[in-house]
Design a protein around this ligand. Structure first.
Ligand code: NAP
Ligand code: GLV
Length: 310
C-alpha cells in the first residue's frame, strides 16, 4: 500500500502563492493548502501569527514552523504542549541584522547624521572625529542573530560586549550573563543593541532605570521587539541628554501610529520592522530540511523551549 502524501498547510497574512510554489518544488508529492476555517487536517504547518482557531482546528499537526525568529506572537496561542514549534535560525536574517546594526552604528559614530543635516543647509564644517574606543557596543542577546551582529561589529574594531542568559565564547566579544552581570554590562556600554527575544523576563527591560546605567550620551539600536522598550522613558532620556539618539526598527504598536513622537524626533531614526526580513528561498530551504529530518526521525535545531519563551 502506498504511503499517504504529506500534508502541509500555510497560514500567514501574506500572498501564499510564492510560498506554496517553493514548497511544491521541495515536496512535489505533498498536498499543499492555504488555511481557512474548516480546512482539512495537515501534518506540518508554516505559519506567522496564526489565529487561535488555527490550532483549535488543526489537531493532527506533527510540527509547526514559524516564519520568523521571534516566537512571541506564536506563544500567545493555546497550543498542545507536545506539539513541536520550530523557529527560523538565521535563514538569511543574520547578515541583514549585521548590515542594519553596522549601518546605524557607523552613521552615528562617523556622524553621517550630522553631515546629512549640514548638507540640507549647505554647511561645510568638519567636527572633531569620534574615537571608536569611546564607543563600546553592548549587545543584549548573543543568540543566532546577536552573535552574528557582535562578530560584524568586532570586525570593525569597536570594543564589544554581549549579554545573554548563559556564558558565550565569541572571538572579540566579552561575554557577560545573567541578571547579576547586567549592571556591569550596562555600565560598560555606550551603544546598546537589543537582540533579545520577547519573554516575560525581557519585556520592558529597556526602561529609565536600565538605560540610565549606560554611559552618558548613549545610543540605542532596537531591532528585537517594541515591547522590550518603555517608549516614554526613551523620550525622557533623549530630552535629558542621557541618550544621544536611537535607531528603532520595532515598536509597541506597529505600524507606528502617525502621531507618535518618534516619527518627528530629530535624534530618532525609525524603520518599519525590516531589520531582518524573512527571505523566501532561505526560509523554505531551512523548513524543508527540517521536515525531511523529522520524517527520518532525526533531531533538528531551532525547537522552541516553551518554558523559557524562546
Ligand atoms: P536566539 O538565538 O534565541 O537568541 C536569544 C538570545 O537572548 C540568547 O543569547 C539568549 O541567551 C538571550 N536571552 C534570552 N532571554 C534572556 C534573559 N532573560 N536574560 C539574558 N539573556 C537572555 O534568538 P535570535 O534568533 O538571535 O533572535 C533574537 C530576536 O530578534 C527574536 O526573538 C526576535 O524578537 C528579533 N528579531 C527581529 C527581527 C526584525 O526584523 N526586527 C528579525 C528577526 C528577529 P542564551 O543563549 O543563554 O539562551
Ligand atoms: C521578525 O521580527 C522575526 O522575529 O523573524
Amino acid at each position: 500500500m502506498q504511503a499517504a502524501p504529506m500534508r502541509i498547510i500555510f497560514c500567514a497574512a501574506t500572498d501564499p502563492q510564492p510560498w506554496l510554489e517553493a514548497l511544491r518544488q521541495e515536496f512535489p508529492q505533498a498536498q499543499l493548502a492555504v488555511w481557512h476555517s474548516g480546512a482539512p487536517p495537515a501534518d506540518y504547518a508554516v505559519v506567522w501569527a496564526p489565529p487561535q482557531q488555527f490550532f483549535d482546528e488543526q489537531t493532527q499537526l506533527k510540527a509547526v514552523f514559524n516564519m520568523g525568529a521571534g516566537v512571541d506572537a506564536l506563544l500567545k496561542r493555546d497550543i498542545a504542549p507536545q506539539l513541536p514549534l520550530v523557529r527560523l535560525s538565521d535563514a538569511g536574517m543574520g547578515v541583514q541584522m549585521a548590515e542594519y546594526v553596522c549601518h546605524a552604528l557607523i552613521r552615528h559614530t562617523r556622524q553621517f547624521d550630522v553631515f546629512e543635516a549640514q548638507a540640507r543647509t549647505g554647511q561645510w564644517h568638519e567636527p572633531v572625529p569620534l574615537e571608536r574606543a569611546h564607543y563600546p557596543v553592548g549587545i543584549l542577546g548573543l543568540g543566532v542573530l546577536g552573535e552574528r551582529v557582535a562578530s560584524a561589529v568586532a570586525a570593525l574594531d569597536f570594543p564589544v560586549l554581549g549579554w545573554s542568559r548563559s556564558p558565550k565564547q565569541v572571538a572579540g566579544v566579552r561575554s557577560l550573563c545573567g541578571m547579576d552581570q547586567l549592571p556591569a554590562f550596562l555600565a560598560q556600554t555606550r551603544v546598546l543593541v537589543n537582540l533579545l527575544p520577547l519573554t516575560p523576563e525581557t519585556e520592558n527591560i529597556l526602561n529609565r532605570s536600565t538605560l540610565s546605567q549606560l554611559q552618558a550620551g548613549a545610543y540605542l539600536i532596537n531591532v528585537a521587539r517594541g515591547r522590550h522598550v518603555v517608549e516614554e522613558d526613551v523620550l525622557a532620556l533623549l530630552d535629558s541628554g542621557q541618550l544621544a539618539g536611537a535607531t528603532l526598527d520595532v515598536f509597541r504598536t506597529e505600524p507606528l501610529p502617525p502621531a507618535h513622537p518618534f516619527w518627528r524626533h530629530p535624534r530618532v531614526t525609525v524603520t518599519p520592522h525590516i531589520a531582518g526580513r524573512t527571505m523566501l528561498p532561505e526560509t523554505i530551504a531551512q523548513i524543508a530540511g527540517k521536515v525531511r529530518a523529522l520524517e527520518a526521525g532525526l533531531p533538528i535545531e531551532g525547537l522552541v523551549d516553551r518554558s523559557r519563551g524562546y
